[in-house]
Design a binder for this molecule. Structure first.
Ligand code: HEM
Length: 111
C-alpha cells in the first residue's frame, strides 16, 4: 500500500566508479530553475547553487537566468577566478548523464 515509487532511474553506467557519484539527467536539472531550488551545469557537472544565489558577487539575476540550464559558456566568458571554481565545488551534487552532455567533457570532475 505504502509503496514508494522513487523517481530515481537506475544507472547502468557504474563501470569502475569507486566513489558513488550521482548521475543526473538534464530533464531533472531543468526543473530546478527558480530561486527556491536552483541547479546549474558547468563543464558537465551539476551544482545546486540555491544557497549561493545571494552570495554571488555577480548578482542573483545572472544566476537565475541560467538556472536549470547549462551555464558552461557564460561561466567561462566572465573569466571567473580560480576562487570561483573553488566555490563551485561546494555545490557539486553530481555529473550530467552522458547522453545529455553538450560540452563533452571527457572526465567531469568528481571532487
Ligand atoms: C554557480 C556558478 C558561479 C559561481 C560559483 C560564481 C562565482 C563568482 C565569484 C566568486 C565571483 C567574484 C569574482 C571572481 O572570483 O571571479 C563572480 C563574479 C561574477 N560572476 Fe559569477 N559565478 C557563477 C556563475 C556565474 C554566471 C552563470 C554568470 C553569468 C553569466 C556570472 C557572472 C558573474 C559576473 C558578471 C561577475 C562579476 C561581478 C563584478 O565583478 O562586479 N557568474 N562569480
Amino acid at each position: 500500500m505504502a509503496s514508494i515509487e522513487g523517481n530515481e532511474q537506475q544507472e547502468d553506467s557504474n563501470e569502475e566508479n569507486e566513489v558513488e557519484v550521482k548521475v543526473i539527467r538534464m530533464s531533472d536539472v531543468s526543473v530546478h530553475s527558480e530561486a527556491d531550488s536552483c541547479w546549474m551545469v558547468v563543464n558537465d557537472n551539476v551544482y545546486d547553487i540555491t544557497q549561493f544565489l545571494r552570495e554571488h558577487p555577480g548578482g542573483e539575476d545572472v544566476l537565475l537566468e541560467h538556472g536549470g540550464r547549462d551555464a558552461t559558456e557564460p561561466f567561462k566568458e566572465v573569466a571567473h577566478s580560480e576562487d570561483a571554481s573553488t566555490t563551485l565545488q561546494r555545490f557539486f551534487i553530481g555529473i550530467l548523464h552522458e547522453d545529455d552532455r553538450i560540452n563533452k567533457t571527457k572526465k567531469p570532475k568528481t571532487y
